[in-house]
Write a protein that binds this ligand. Sequence first.
Ligand code: PHB
Ligand code: FE
Length: 334
Amino acid sequence: MNSLNKNFASELVEVFDENALTGYKGFKLGNFLFSRDEYFAKITWTAKGQEHSHLMSVDAFLRAIMRDVAWGFFYGWVNFDHVIGTQNHYGSVDMYAGTFNGVLSAAGVDYVENFETPKIMATFKAILHDWVNEGFDPFAAPEETGSAFGRKNGSNVDAIDRYRISTKRMPGLNGDSPLRDDLPVNRHFHDVPQDEPLVHCERGFEGELSAFNVFKYMSRSDVTWNPSVTSVCKESLFCPTTEEYILPIIHGNDRVEWFLQFSDEITWDISDKNDGSPLARIIMKPGDICAMPANIRHQGYSTKRSLLLVWENATPDLPEKYASGELPPYPVNF
Ligand code: PHB
Ligand code: FE
């Protein structure tokens, strides 16, 4: 595995402080300051000539920023919580505080700043590199990892350097990304069958057709809330993932996406994309399918590890079509 040291452009990162007591560095990204102590991440900005700050429990902050980095800022909005987050403009990224919080934006104390993607990516990676202690894995379920808290204590480069695996061709064929079936079956998935399908190929098509047990693949995932792009068919991406505890970000959509619940249960809180006011609560049981409209934000809760398929549409001009109203925010007119 590459070391994260070699993996980000350190010349783009601005360090403003190293706390003598806790050992953690502080980081400056434009007019935002990021610092952490033993329990909290603190984000500071200036609006209306006054300094404002926001605290997040540092475990939640690290889980959120880990997703933002691993997913390359994802589709649309990645809210770390109800105050701070990022909006992807696919080439540049907005970092905001309060802009998509109804109360803070109405009070005019919100702040948003745009960054070239490499700059914000390098800064976020540097934060992870400095703030994730040995034994804490921001991708792992809380029951399966050590603590994020306390004073600086080593690092966990292997955990934070684990990027989303994408398929390169039909999974299982020579040249595709490895399926990682060397990982152990998760403690919650001992009932998931591990047998592989038999493939009988028409003569002449050997090496061009493949099949694999996607449930076996998912049952061995060592990460949570981290979809892997397992099949690509034109702009249609199937992204299976295993979920436990809370989706560490509140995702604001810039397109419709679909969820197919394969096992167990996930509760979704749905809120208005722009101001965060609550709209709906959805309980998905095995076999349920639901579409997340393009004008909402959503966060999932999974009491035990569950199997979920996220179906994404990677068509490049979708955000403009939804933003302009050319497409309605929901996929089906009943
Ligand atoms: C989502 O934002 O739609 C999302 C992200 C990660 C997951 C599941 C869903 O693991
Ligand atoms: Fe989403």
